[in-house]
Design a protein around this ligand. Sequence first.
Ligand code: DX5
Ligand code: ZN
Length: 224
Amino acid sequence: MTAPEPAPVRIAPSILSADFARLGDEVRAIEEAGADWVHIDVMDGHYVPNLTIGPMVVKALRPHSALPFDVHLMISPVDHFLDAFAAAGADIITVHPEAGAHIHRTVQHIKSLGKQAGVSLNPGTPAKMLDYLIDDIDLVLVMSVNPGFGGQSFIASQLRKIEAVRRMIDKSGRDIRLEVDGGIDAATAPQAIAAGADVLVAGTATFKGGPSDYADNIRRLRGA
Ligand code: DX5
Ligand code: ZN
């Protein structure tokens, strides 16, 4: 049996680093600049020490882009917000196992809403957490910083975790994206890709310099 072709690398700018006063324009600008997904970081000031945006903002952004909305929920408890984010226009909904009592149930809930389900692993959370979830999920998000803020440095130990998750995904034979989030720039992107990641979240590295730089910034992340 030949190994499956690796998926093309997708770039998912995190709008956490966008200009919040002009979010609709920012989302249109990254789409024009070649982004593949829009990564939306939702924080509750409880599971993580920062507060960002809720389903109303996701709904307001939906008409501004045809790209998949990749909604990263850093909120606890998470279950009672899933329907609202699905209705607001999320395509992929990613949750943290530590943010709810029953991660398997949460994944089933996301699937029942007709959305793709992602599970996110914090830097201290082992890949093993996925053993009994891998057959149900569509995406694994490896956090290469502790969640809560943009602009932090890439934690190199997470490369080993990306490699371990890549092996699990390949063994499963399922079509599962492997996303890395935190401290991704032109230097760390190739390391994450070499370890097996196929979706790169990048906030700071996408939005630096303003809209005229977005296309170049995204190209650099692709290694072009
Ligand atoms: C952190 C968020 C990340 C963050 C990435 O909790 O999940 O998506 O915005 O930001 P950069 O790319 O600036 O490290
Ligand atoms: Zn994120």
